[in-house]
Design a protein around this ligand. Structure first.
Ligand SMILES: Cc1cc2nc3c(=O)[nH]c(=O)nc-3n(C[C@H](O)[C@H](O)[C@H](O)COP(=O)(O)O)c2cc1C
Length: 336
């Protein structure tokens, strides 16, 4: 068994500061989605969608990286494989006010592979360590990593532990581990989130063997009971699809996971809290649908869910649509 370096001294991330996070999800966890989720839980750590280092360095930064202050605590996830580019991006993340910067070593899409980043980097732990080390030098922010338990045929625990050992020697302390391997050929990204079996035992073993690291487990969690059970074994849990498909799942988090005594917001209160934000967005020329598409599942499992979704879907795209659509959907869905 490979142990982590005894000289490890960098300790930027207090233990269990973030026992729960919402996973980075392309085309989902954009700023509107995060603002919405923030109305449901004040404490959960939120991640951006993955933004590539090329986009950050060459694109419209304000558009790509801008966020509302209320979204804190917020981590920027970056995709890339060039240490100096990533270092520059980490600096930029700090200038923008992010709380954490995370390197994506878990995405299996072919677009990402052709850039030699994402999950294929799991096969190059020394290179990943170079990337992370450059980022750590460039910023005071905690630099974290999200990865898989393996790729292709390299899916044994020894290879995983070797990866974590090598990367942790840079001082990287938080490892978010999607408890599935990725098949780089033959499976789509969606299939790679469903077909390879979940191996929570491997992530638990990592925590046993690297007790000084923050190990976050990810993959397939759908309830806070499951989260609590995992927190007995690992430091944190990351939820992706379930938080998007049933966002009200997060309503109990501040009390149940963070021990706060703040009242649980009702679904109506959450929708109503979005109105000033939506007004501002529309006044600045934005479209209602950009925000409301993330709110469709607010009433997931409730009697008024169908009518809520129907009104929002049909009416948010109409020319000139504004907050009255939300008010109408709220009043109709609560009559159900
Ligand atoms: C639509 C979608 C987009 C995703 N985009 C990213 C991404 O940008 N970066 C990343 O590291 N993982 C991404 N993932 C993977 C999730 O972060 C997470 O690891 C995966 O969904 C497993 O967690 P879950 O079972 O709780 O959903 C994405 C997942 C989905 C469903």
């Amino acid at each position: 068994m490979l142990a982590a370096s005894p000289e490890l001294t960098i300790n930027k991330l207090p233990k269990s500061l973030h026992p729960l996070s919402v996973a980075p999800m392309m085309d989902r966890t954009d700023r509107h989605c995060r603002y919405f989720l923030r109305q449901i839980s004040r404490r959960t750590l939120l991640y951006t969608e993955m933004v590539t280092s090329m986009a950050i360095l060459n694109g419209d930064r304000q558009k790509l990286l801008g966020f509302d202050r209320s979204e804190h605590p917020l981590a920027l996830q970056i995709g890339g494989d060039k240490p100096q580019d990533l270092a520059k991006c980490a600096q930029i993340a700090a200038e923008f006010g992010y709380d954490e910067v995370n390197l994506n070593v878990g995405c299996p899409s072919s677009r990402v592979q052709s850039g030699n980043f994402g999950a294929c980097l799991m096969l190059q732990p020394e290179h990943v360590a170079e990337c992370i080390a450059a980022m750590i030098v460039a910023t005071k922010l905690p630099v974290t990593i999200k990865h898989r338990i393996g790729v292709d045929e390299v899916d044994n625990y020894e290879a995983l532990a070797r990866f974590v050992s090598i990367v942790s020697q840079t001082g990287c302390q938080r490892f978010s581990v999607h408890a599935r391997k990725a098949w780089l050929q033959g499976l789509s990204p969606k299939e790679n989130r469903e077909i390879p079996p979940l191996r929570y035992d491997l992530v638990h073993q990592l925590k046993q063997d690297f007790p000084q690291l923050l190990i976050e487990i990810n993959g397939g969690f759908t309830s806070l009971e499951q989260v609590q059970t995992q927190l007995e074994v690992v430091d944190a849990v990351m939820i992706g699809r379930a938080a998007y498909d049933n966002p009200y799942l997060l309503a109990d988090v501040d009390r149940e996971i963070y021990g706060e005594s703040t009242p649980i917001p009702s679904r109506d209160q959450i929708a109503t809290a979005m109105l000033p934000y939506i007004d501002d967005w529309i006044t600045s020329g934005g479209r209602l649908n950009s925000i409301t598409r993330h709110m469709l599942q607010l009433f997931h499992g409730q009697p008024g869910s169908r009518i809520w979704r129907r009104i929002i879907t049909e009416q948010s795209v109409l020319l000139g649509a504004g907050t009255e659509v939300i008010e109408r959907a709220l009043s109709r869905s609560t009559q159900e």
